[in-house]
Design a protein around this ligand. Sequence first.
Ligand code: AMP
Length: 142
Amino acid sequence: MSTAYDPSNIFGKILRGEIPAHKVYEDEQTLAFMDVMPQGEGHTLVVPKAPARGLLDADPESLAALIRVVQKVGRAVKQAFQADGLTLFQYNEPAGGQTVFHLHFHLVPRHEGVPLKRHEGGMADQAVLAEHAARIRAALEA
Ligand code: AMP
């Protein structure tokens, strides 16, 4: 199996504007948008614009920028959903659970006693995702 970065992955397409996404934050190096199959309300993905398949092949400078945005968006996500906590996860390679081969962090706001839904469960309603993205953008602007 090749472990080279393949730009045809779905997040590469989102970064190039070839397919839509419910964006919540963007800067020169980073993009954050809603996961279409959320494991909890407000499930957000943060990706670097620089090509990297996963954590292990990423450029350290790009990773440093990414984690700053993970913290910034993480605060906003937690606030937007009045969550009790925040779960981060990040998978590498199929054996590590990865299905989209462009580095990304998952951010899921968590409430006491509410379990995570299954990874890649159902597609969320687009209108609901749009509303959740707006809530997170508002928290980022507050
Ligand atoms: P993984 O590579 O296992 O960390 O998971 C990839 C994640 O991307 C899953 O949680 C999917 O629900 C999510 N996903 C797949 N396609 C899209 C898309 N077009 N827009 C937003 N999220 C997506």
